[in-house]
Each structure stands twice: as C-alpha cells, then as structure tokens.
Design a protein around this ligand. Structure first.
Ligand SMILES: *[C@@H]1O[C@H](CO)[C@@H](O)[C@H](O)[C@H]1NC(C)=O
Ligand SMILES: *[C@@H]1O[C@H](CO)[C@@H](O)[C@H](O)[C@H]1NC(C)=O
Ligand SMILES: *[C@@H]1O[C@H](CO)[C@@H](O)[C@H](O)[C@H]1NC(C)=O
Ligand SMILES: *[C@@H]1O[C@H](CO)[C@@H](O)[C@H](O)[C@H]1NC(C)=O
Ligand SMILES: *[C@@H]1O[C@H](CO)[C@@H](O)[C@H](O)[C@H]1NC(C)=O
Ligand SMILES: *[C@@H]1O[C@H](CO)[C@@H](O)[C@H](O)[C@H]1NC(C)=O
Ligand SMILES: *[C@@H]1O[C@H](CO)[C@@H](O)[C@H](O)[C@H]1NC(C)=O
Ligand SMILES: *[C@@H]1O[C@H](CO)[C@@H](O)[C@H](O)[C@H]1NC(C)=O
Ligand SMILES: CC(=O)N[C@H]1CO[C@H](CO)[C@@H](O)[C@@H]1O
Length: 888
C-alpha cells in the first residue's frame, strides 16, 4: 500500500514538476523578457529616488513586482508597465504633491501607453528628455504642471519626441501649464489625436494652422487663453468627429457665417467671452442652421452675435443649456421655444431644456406662457435687461419647478406674477425694476422659504415687509428690497439667516427700531443698507457682532443717541450715518485702517474732531458737515495718505463702490459714483483756528469745504498744490490776508466760494479764475478789488490781458470735449479691473445671474451728479496710474 504509494506517486510528482518547470520556462521565453522587466522596475525606483513625496504616496514602491505598486499597471500578458498614473489624488492640494526632478530613466518604460503626472510639482529641467522615447504613449496628462513656458516640449531637444510619439498619442492634456505659444511648443503632425486640452494657458497668438489637420479630433478645449484673430472654421470642416468645442474666454473674432454642418455634430459649443459677431441663427448660411442638431450646450454669452432667435428652435431637440446673454440678439422670442420637444411618454411630454439665459440682449415683444408651455425641465429662466413685456395669465401653472428667475428690467407688473405662487424651489428671484406696483401677495413668504438671492428693488411694492421676509429664510444670502413702498418694522427673522451677506432695505417706509438680535454666527454679513426710511432709536450694540461688516448705510432716518463705541472697531469701509439725530462726541476710533468713506454729516455731534481720525490712512471721503463740532482742524489731517499724489491705494478702493455684477463677473459697471471721490467737508460747524498747512499735502483732494466755521488766518499760499481741486468753499469764515495768486493755477477748479471773510487785496487773474464768473464768490470781503468786482484796484490796467484770457478759455473748452471722449474710452477696462477685488470679497457665486450691488441710500444719492466734472480729473489720474494698477 505504502510502496504503491511511493512508487506510483513520486514519478507522477516529478513528472508534474517537470511539466510546470517547462511551462514556466517556455512562457518566459516566448512572452516576456524577464531582464527587460527588471529594467523597468529599476527605472521606476530611480525615478522614485529623485522625487519628494511628503504624503508617502509611493510607499508601496518596494519589492520585486512593480506591477502591484501604487499607480503602476502592467500588461497581464507581458508584464510590461503600460500605465503610470501619479495624478495628485487630493484635488491638487499641496500635501499630496510629488516634487523633485523627473529622472530621464523614465524613458526606459518603452511600453508605456498612459502617463498621468497632473497636479504635481515636478521641477522642469532644460536639456533633458524625460519622455522622449515613450513611443507608445497614447494618453499624456500633465495638467497644472506649474510652468512649462520655457520647456520646448516637442522640439528635438525637448521633452517629447515628435518622431516617436506623434503617431500614437490620442490624449494630450496640458491644462494650466503656462504654455505661451502653441506653434512653438507643439508639433504640427499629430496623426491620432482625439482629445486636446490646452485650456488655462497663456497662449496669445492666433490658432496655429496645424489645428486644421487634426482630423480625428473629438474634444478641443482652448478656453482661458489669450488667443486672437479669426477663428478658423475650417477646423470644423476637417474634423467631422468633433463633439466638444470650447474656445471661451479668449479674444477670438469673426463671424461664424457658414453653413457648417459639422457644427450640428457638436454636443458642446462654448464660445463665450470672445469677440465673435454676425448672425448666429437666422440667416440661411448661418452657423447653426442644421436640420437636426445634437447640441446639448450652446454657451455663447458675452460676444457680439446679432440676428433673431430662430423659429426652428425645435431643431435643437437635445438642448439642455442655452446661454446667449450679453449679445446683440434682437426681435421677439419665438413661441416655438416652448415646443422644443424630445420625448413623449403616455400623455406627458418631456423636454431637456434646463437653462435659458437670453438676458442683456435687444429682444422685444410680448412673452406669454405659450413660450414656456412645454419646457418641463426648465430650472433657470433669465430674460433680464431686454425690452420684453411679460404677459402671463394669472391662472397659469407652469410645467416646471423653476429655481432661478431673472426678469429685472422687463415689464412684469403691474400685478405681482401669480404663476410663482405654486413654485416651491425658487432659490433666486430677481424682479427688480419690473414695474410691479402691487401689494405684496400673502403667499410670497411661503414661496421664498428656500430663497438664496432676492431682488425686488425699484418697484412700487406696498404692504408690510413681513410678507416678504417675515419667515425664517435659512439660505438667504442677498436681499434687496430698496426703492419700494414697504412698511412695517424690520423683521427679526433676518437675524436667523446665517448665510446673509448683503441686506438692502433702503428707500422704503420702514418704521421702528433696528433689530437688536444680530448674532456672531452671521459671519458673512458685509453690507447693511437701511437708509431713507423712518427708523428711530439707538444703534444696537449687537451690530458689533457682525465682524465681517464692511458697509453700514443708515442715512436719512431718525436714529439717535450715542454711537456704540465698538462699532468703530469693526473693519468698516463705508460708514454713512448722515442725516440722523446722533448726539454727543464722535467716539474715538480704534485703529481700523479700513475706513475709506465716513459721512457723519447733519447730526448733532459735538466736541472736538477726534485726532484718531488721522490714523485712517485709507480715508478718502470725510464729511462732518452740519454738526456742532468745535476746536481746530487737527494738524494731522495731512496723514490721509490715500490723498497723497504718490499714493497707490486708490485703485483698490474704488472697487468697494457699489456696482452691478452679472453672474459671469465679466461685465461690471458702476451705477454711479460719488460726486467727489476725494473730499473733505467740515462745513457748518463751529471750528476755529487756522487752516492747517498740512492739508495742502492732500494733493488728490477734489473737494474742500470748510465754509460756515470760525476759521482765522490766511489762505495757505501753497493751495495750488491741490492740483485736482474741483470745488473750494471757504466762505463765511474769518479768513484774512490776500488771496494767494497761485490759486489761479488750479486747472480743474469749477466752483469757488470765498465770500464773507476778511480777505483783502487784488483778486488774482488767470485762466481758470477768468471763467469762474460772478462777483458773488468774492462778496462780503471789503478789502478785495479787481475783476469781477466793480471796485478797481489802485494799479489795475489789465484790459488787454483779460481779452487774451477769453481766447484761452475757448480753446480750453474744446480741449475738454476731447478729454471727455477720451475718458469714456478709457473708463471701462480700468474700472472693470479695479472692481474685481470687491466681487471676490462679497463671495460672489459663479452661478449668480445678476446681483444686487446697487447702491444703497445716501452714498448713491450723491452719485453721478457731478460726473462730468469728475471726469476731467480722471483724465489725469488715469493717464498716470492706469497701467500699473491694472496689473496689480
Ligand atoms: C530583452 O531585453 C533586452 C534588453 O533591453 C533586449 O536587448 C532584448 O532584445 C530583449 N529580448 C526580447 C525577446 O524582447
Ligand atoms: C487630466 O488631469 C486632470 C488633473 O488631475 C484631471 O482633472 C483631468 O480630468 C485629466 N484629463 C483627462 C482627459 O483625463
Ligand atoms: C512629422 O512626422 C514625420 C514622420 O511622420 C517626421 O519625419 C517629421 O519630422 C515630423 N515633422 C515635425 C515638424 O515634427
Ligand atoms: C504675447 O505675449 C508675449 C509675452 O507676454 C508678448 O511679448 C507678445 O507681444 C504677445 N503677443 C501678442 C500678439 O500680444
Ligand atoms: C495639413 O496636411 C496637409 C496634407 O494632409 C499638408 O499639405 C499641410 O501642410 C498640413 N498643414 C499643416 C499646417 O500642417
Ligand atoms: C445647411 O446644411 C444643412 C445640413 O447639412 C442642410 O440641410 C441645409 O439645407 C443647408 N442650408 C443651406 C442654406 O445651405
Ligand atoms: C405643449 O403644451 C401645451 C399647453 O400645455 C399643450 O396643449 C400641447 O399639447 C403641448 N405640446 C406638445 C407638443 O406636447
Ligand atoms: C509720498 O509723499 C510723501 C510726501 O508728500 C512722503 O512723505 C511719503 O513718504 C511718500 N510715500 C511714498 C510711498 O513714496
Ligand atoms: C535632485 C536629485 O535628487 N538628483 C539626483 C537624481 O538621481 C541621481 C542618481 O540617480 C543623482 O545623481 C542626482 O543627484
């Protein structure tokens, strides 16, 4: 039994062993090259040795079989390394980045097909070819590889070998690599390329001609570069497989006038934020004139496209996203928009269209429920800023659950739109300036339970504000109800909105006290504007819990009492308490350097001007007028360094001003500006002492008003330092001495009042003063003589000179015309850049369609009146500052 076992089994075992051994041998002999696989393993180890790996992502890179290492994949058949995926797994976070130098040994991975090194921090080295022999590479992703700008990627001396690689490469992703010139850094003869992503680089050339030869391309992303010139539509003719085309945010131009049937093969067309023009739909040979389109996304906002919306919108049966906003599209909205149908199941028809944004065009005509009758999936409806009249039947129940509605500047009213009544998912509602003169419907606060952004400003809404914001709105971030006729007290429920950042209830009929319930958890609240209401009582100390508060506007109410001291410890930028009944001293300001605009005018503040004001280096607008202040003007007022000629602070500041922003953040325009950006107004107090010489250092001042005080002494002789001065009012003081002759050098001075002082001597002559007209600006000074007063000075013989002056001033006014034209041309870009900072500060979400930065109370009230005058000043300031500041 045992022997049988022995003698039978052993040979069998041996036999089996032999067979296994033989199999193993033949296998390695025929299918793999063991020594070569060892080389690949060694190469990877060498590569690893030169890397830094703070998160120890490569800790599995030990042992014999490199195929089990993290990020390494081998062929099952041959065991050669086919795939190396070292993509940063934590969304590009620093911690997970690999760093160091890429060792050229990587070239030993001759069978590699897939290489992903994206979001790491490898050092780039000249004169190295770390990938040059990767003949078989099909997928190469180097996204967010900090800086490839000086690496000649494909040149003979470069990283990648054109001869070896180009025929197999199908995916090339170089997003965010600082590439500057596609022609120089990429080769001309890819043959297999299907997916090319060069977005978020700095290419500023035109699109290189070799793009036309990418005949297999399916996905082309060139967005966020600085590409210029005419878009070569021939690319589309040659790439019949193209499904995805994104060239947004460049400077491409041209029309798309061509019946490009390949456009209709596209699924995603994104051309937004370029300079395209011409008709896009409605002419026979316009681009999107297809019988049946596959387009899911048409995203062409912010161009110069014109023409009408097509009647055949029904051709776009797969359309989900349709954004034509900020173009020059005109005519009516075709009713066929509501019949874009794709699917009919039983009795229900389904439609894929989710987003319609045709705001800010030149559309007109009447919009009724027919336009939206069959849009079952619609969630975003933006038709703002057109000439549209909305005429929707009050009993209509929409087939969709809308989330975002922007109808500002459409004629929606006079009734409040009843079709909203049944919608419960509304997160953004913008019906500002929509001619609604109705009472607020009682159901509104139920519709608004999930609201995030609400703008019903500039209507004639009546009724208690509780009907709008009386219930808890936990998601509310922005609300503007200004310029209506709302009544009632400010609801305490606002203190429950922890996401709130912007609150504007100005210009209503609101009564009672300010809410006292402000809480620390309201950590986003930056803007409170309650001006021009009928509020009274004291400022609640709980306002100081709002640590992010930047703008507090309470102008024109009946607020009274003492200011809470803590208020001035907040990092406020704009504080407007003017036209109230505040009393006692101006509280000492802590040391917040943030203040830029302080208006405490028309109150009952008494005592001295606090010296602490002088620490506010960013202050550029200070009004304390019409109070009961006494004492002297602090000598340290010369500390307002933003008002110095060499200050670079100003351009950041202007961004803080109220603006209109649309969701793209691209177009921003001021709704106005302060009459004077740089101003000190201390008029109508009881200030005494002399005008401090140091004030003459504030060379950017445009307005200096010290009138109606008890100032003594002379007008400082270097008043001509204030070269930007537009308005100077020193009337009704006790100033004496002569008028400094240099005052006639103030080129921009267009308002001057020196009346009712004790000035004496001759009135200076000069270009500017010659045109400043009448005698009233000098009257009440018995000692003055000369033109325009009738009193002749002892040695006055200057008739001839005066005529010359007249000639000069004619020339000058011509010049001013051209200055103004210049100003308009130069205005936009400068400001657009300047205001960016503020937008960021207010946590603008990208999806916002329009926001609410309309000015608030008093500050806006001042806006725009003296705009023309201000422009003269800008001409100068901008010429010198614009360039540098635009690139900060
Ligand atoms: C095995 O690898 C070596 C070293 O690269 C090479 O010289 C040899 O040709 C390879 N043999 C086979 C069969 O691939
Ligand atoms: C390339 O890498 C980036 C960053 O890891 C990633 O977001 C992107 O999806 C990759 N691209 C493709 C086409 O795989
Ligand atoms: C284009 O490819 C061919 C081989 O296919 C090669 O000889 C030639 O050098 C390549 N041209 C450039 C500019 O890389
Ligand atoms: C492109 O950018 C480079 C470097 O910033 C610059 O020198 C060149 O003039 C720019 N070209 C164009 C056409 O703007
Ligand atoms: C595109 O390919 C054609 C031939 O297919 C060739 O004649 C032409 O030079 C190529 N153009 C570019 C820009 O590479
Ligand atoms: C435009 O192309 C489409 C699809 O190829 C075709 O049906 C239509 O007739 C063409 N229109 C004109 C004006 O050529
Ligand atoms: C579109 O909606 C209207 C009104 O709801 C309905 O009468 C009509 O049948 C719908 N059209 C289609 C094609 O479903
Ligand atoms: C700006 O000029 C003032 C004098 O007017 C000088 O005291 C100050 O140091 C200058 N500041 C800078 C940053 O040059
Ligand atoms: C930066 C760095 O570590 N470089 C090293 C890469 O590896 C080679 C040898 O494999 C070293 O000589 C380098 O110093």
């Amino acid at each position: 039994m045992t022997s049988y076992f022995y003698f039978g089994l052993v040979p069998t075992l041996l036999c089996v062993l032999f067979v296994i051994q033989a199999l193993k041998f033949s296998h390695s002999k025929t299918l793999t090259n063991v020594s070569y696989i060892g080389i690949e393993r060694e190469a990877l180890l060498k590569f690893k040795r030169n890397l830094t790996d703070p998160s120890k992502r490569l800790r599995s890179w030990i042992g014999e079989s490199c195929c089990k290492w993290e990020g390494v994949e081998c062929s099952k058949k041959t065991s050669h390394v086919l795939k190396l995926d070292l993509r940063n797994p934590c969304d590009g976070l620093e911690d997970c980045k690999l760093g160091g130098k890429i060792h050229p040994t990587l070239n030993e991975l001759k069978y590699l097909k897939y290489l992903d090194l994206s979001f790491n921090d490898f050092a780039t080295q000249k004169n190295q070819e770390p990938f040059a022999s990767l003949r078989k590479l099909e997928y190469f992703n180097l996204s967010f590889y900090l800086d490839l700008s000086y690496v000649p990627l494909f040149n003979p001396k470069g990283w990648l070998s054109p001869i070896n690689m180009l025929s197999s490469l199908e995916f090339l992703i170089l997003r965010g690599c600082d590439l500057e010139d596609a022609s120089a850094s990429l080769p001309v003869n890819f043959t297999s390329l299907r997916f090319l992503d060069l977005s978020q680089n700095s290419m500023n050339s035109s699109i290189p001609p070799w793009f036309q030869n990418l005949s297999k391309l399916e996905h082309l992303d060139l967005s966020d570069n600085d590409l210029q010139g005419i878009f070569p539509t021939v690319i589309l003719e040659n790439s019949q497989w193209l499904r995805f085309l994104d060239i947004s945010s460049n400077r491409m131009e041209g029309t798309l006038l061509k019946n490009l049937s390949n456009f209709c093969n596209l699924q995603v067309l994104s051309l937004h934020s370029n300079e395209f023009s011409g008709r896009i739909f409605d002419s026979k040979d316009s681009a999107l004139n297809c019988g049946r389109s596959n387009l899911k996304t048409i995203d062409v906002y912010n161009n110069g496209f014109s023409g009408h919306l097509p009647n055949q919108l029904g051709n776009f049966k797969d359309l989900e996203f349709f954004d034509l906003s900020r173009n020059l599209i005109s005519g009516p909205i075709p009713t066929t928009m509501g019949q874009l149908l794709s699917l009919r199941v039983l009795n229900f028809s389904f439609n894929k269209l989710k987003v319609i944004d045709i705001g800010n065009n030149q559309l007109d005509g009447i919009v009724s429920q027919i336009h939206f009758a069959n849009l079952t999936s619609l969630s975003v409806l933006n038709i703002y800023s057109n000439g549209l009249v909305i005429n929707i039947n009050a009993s209509w129940v929409p087939p969709f659950q809308i989330q975002e509605v922007h109808m500002s500047s459409c004629k929606v009213g006079p009734e409040f739109p009843n079709w909203l009544r049944t919608r419960k998912k509304v997160s953004t509602l913008d019906m500002s300036n929509a001619s609604i003169s109705d009472e607020v419907p009682h159901w509104l606060s139920d519709v608004l339970l999930n609201i995030e952004q609400l703008d019903l400003s500039s209507n004639m809404l009546r009724g208690n504000i509780y009907r709008i914001i009386g219930k808890k709105m936990p998601l509310l971030t922005q609300v503007s109800l200004s310029r209506n006729n709302l009544s009632g007290e400010i609801p305490n429920s606002l203190c429950m909105s922890d996401q709130l950042s912007f609150l504007d209830l100005s210009k209503n009929q609101l009564l009672g006290r300010l809410p006292r319930c402000w809480r620390k958890s309201q950590a986003f609240l930056e803007w409170i504007s309650l001006g021009d209401n009928k509020l009274n009582g004291r400022l609640p100390g709980s306002l100081c819990h709002l640590e992010q508060l930047r703008v507090l506007g309470l102008h024109g109410n009946g607020l009274n009492g003492v200011l809470p001291k803590c208020l001035l410890k907040l990092d406020l930028i704009i504080l407007d308490l003017s036209d109230n009944e505040f009393t006692s001293k101006i509280p000492l300001l802590g040391n917040p350097k943030s203040f830029e605009i302080i208006d405490l005018g028309r109150n009952y503040f008494a005592g001295n001007i606090p010296l602490q004001l002088c620490h506010l280096a960013n202050l550029q607008y200070l009004s304390l007028k019409h109070n009961n202040l006494s004492g002297g003007i602090p000598y340290c007022f010369n500390n307002f360094s933003r008002l110095w000629a060499n200050s670079t602070l100003y351009f950041r500041s202007i961004g803080r001003f109220p603006i209109m922003v649309d969701r793209k953040g691209a177009s921003m325009e001021f709704t106005g500006m302060l009459p004077y950006l740089f101003s000190i107004d201390l008029s109508s107090n009881a200030l005494d002492g002399q005008i401090p010489e140091g004030l003459m250092r504030l060379t950017r001042l445009q307005n200096l008003n010290l009138s109606q005080n008890k100032l003594v002494g002379e007008i400082p002789s270097d008043i001509s330092n204030l070269k930007d001065l537009i308005s100077l009012d020193l009337s009704n003081n006790k100033l004496s001495g002569e008028i400094p002759p240099s005052i006639s050098n103030l080129d921009f001075l267009s308002h001057l009042d020196l009346s009712y002082n004790n000035l004496s001597g001759p009135i200076p002559l000069g270009n500017r003063l010659g045109t400043l007209g009448d005698q009233s600006i000098y009257c009440g000074n018995d000692g003055l003589c000369g033109h325009p007063l009738l009193k002749v000075c002892p040695r006055d013989e200057l008739d001839v000179g005066r005529q010359d002056d007249h000639k000069l001033s004619e020339d000058e006014s011509n010049e001013h015309d051209t200055i103004i034209v210049w100003f308009y041309l130069g205005f936009g870009p400068g400001f657009a850049v300047a205001v960016m900072g503020f937008c960021a500060m207010l946590h603008l979400k990208e999806s916002w369609r329009i926001s609410y930065f309309r000015v608030v109370d008093r500050i806006i009230e001042k806006l725009s009146t003296l705009r023309m005058v201000t422009m003269l000043w800008f001409k100068r300031a901008f010429q010198f500052q614009l360039r540098e500041s635009m690139f900060i």
